[in-house]
Design a protein around this ligand. Sequence first.
Ligand code: CA
Length: 232
Amino acid sequence: MSTILIVEDESSIADTIIYALETEHFVTKHVATGGEALDLLAKKRFDLVVLDIGLPDTTGFDVCKEIRTASSVPILFLTARDSEIDRVLGLEFGADDYVNKPFSPRELVARIKAILRRSSPSLVQDKKVVSKDGLAIDSEAMLVTCYGKTLDLTAHEYKLLATFMSQPGRTFTREQLLEHAWEDPGSAMDRTVDAHIKSLRAKLNASSNKCAEIIQTRRGLGYCYHPPQTSD
Ligand code: CA
């Protein structure tokens, strides 16, 4: 059972979201200000945050930035204007998705379920996983083979690739990648992630040209992995 924090100052919209989610057996908690949301997030664990951008005391963008200093909880923005969508897409807020107002409750619940599926814990941690698509990862030996060739990866490159392969199609922010692939994320910087992705891509590309594009840059958001295509 997932617990969703709803940060929305318009009570009619909040009520609609609460009803839609509770009908689908989610547990919800609703607050109307960014301040209350941050207080609550400091005390309690949530599986996802639905975050309105226009809030009485601050903006959803600032709340998101603050959340991201401490947590990688999935965030779904509620946007009301095209200019807000542009900011969600164009800047590095670490949001997982957005829904534009007015939205259908069913659409919102579907998006939330999709995000939760993507962010659920991976199998790569505790058992040997072999991908079907040319890349195979052996998490016990900590080795990745690409079309039969073992890649000579550094520890960070291996952990980055394992993180990507655990959730194909998910966009990871640099902060999330630091959290997954670095033991002391606080000491590293976003540019560190970029540098390791660059060297990882070069090794993948050298191993097979089918792997040249598998780690894609999502401008302003982060990186996303798509398994190599075997059909060509
Ligand atoms: Ca609002």
